[in-house]
Design a protein around this ligand. Structure first.
Ligand SMILES: *Cc1c(COP(=O)(O)O)cnc(C)c1O
Length: 244
């Protein structure tokens, strides 16, 4: 990756230039995989970056922003309440944060249990909102990783799909960190397969969404069918290490 965090401070138009560059790479990946232009939505993951950084990109035309912690997101969204922004939760959602999350996020990428889906549904209805949800799938079988196992996916889709206040939009994957980005491709391919199987069973709409791909590998994800790419570092620069 050629971008570096400190360039943002040096050049006032750096955020806009980075955004243009990512958009160009998205369009190129769409073109070489025969996808229609504009079929990939860019979610700018702004975790750890201040509201001012979000505003820079908003002014450059970016509208979808992602956060992985509810509290940080609520504070930032409060600072940006006058802006036309759609917020995406891309991190794990704890039960005690569901109410706060339901009040601000348009998209939640990390639903991984029917219990969580039910709580979210109740909170969405109470807020008179429809929240778009994605089911996070966990493919490694390793202990301690968020997501539903592929074998349990149909049941969860069926249950979540019936809940009021939620619109079941598709699937999300966060593969383990692998040194070679090409090694991520099988995870993306498998997520698409799972979504196609769910669609064939009537558990997802034909225009389902696939949330996959980050700064390092979003082009590979687009080649494999991503409709939502979650890009942080390549847009905002390197994050300071967080100790929480
Ligand atoms: C932080 C984060 C991203 C963005 O990661 P980058 O490598 O900075 O692009 C994407 N998805 C999730 C779930 C994240 O937590």
């Amino acid at each position: 990756m050629e971008s570096q965090g400190n360039k943002t401070a040096q050049h006032p138009d750096a955020p806009a230039r980075r955004l243009a560059e990512i958009r160009r790479r998205i369009a190129a990946a769409e073109a070489r995989s025969g996808r229609s232009p504009g079929s990939t939505r860019l979610v700018a993951v702004c975790k750890t970056f201040p509201a001012g950084s979000v505003l820079d990109l908003r002014r450059a035309g970016q509208r979808h922003f992602g956060e992985n912690r509810v509290q940080e997101a609520v504070a930032k969204a409060g600072d940006l309440s006058g802006e036309d922004i759609q917020w995406h939760l891309v991190g794990h959602l704890q039960r005690n944060k569901v109410r706060a999350a339901a009040g601000m996020f348009s998209w939640i990428h990390t639903v991984d249990s029917i219990v969580l889906a039910r709580h979210l549904s109740t909170a969405a209805v109470a807020n008179q909102r429809i929240i778009k949800i994605l089911i996070q799938v966990e493919m490694t079988g390793e202990e301690g990783r968020s997501g539903v196992a592929p074998a349990q996916l149909p049941e969860l889709l069926e249950g979540a799909g019936r809940l009021p206040g939620l619109e079941s939009r598709g699937l999300m994957v966060l593969p383990p960190w692998l040194d070679e980005t090409e090694e991520m491709r099988p995870y993306f391919r498998r997520l698409r397969k799972l979504a196609e199987q769910a669609e064939a069973r009537g558990l997802l709409a034909a225009n389902f969404d696939l949330s996959m791909g980050m700064s390092r590998d979003f082009e590979i994800a687009i080649e494999e069918g991503a409709t939502l790419v979650r890009v942080g570092t390549a847009l905002f620069g390197l994050r300071a290490p967080v100790s929480r």
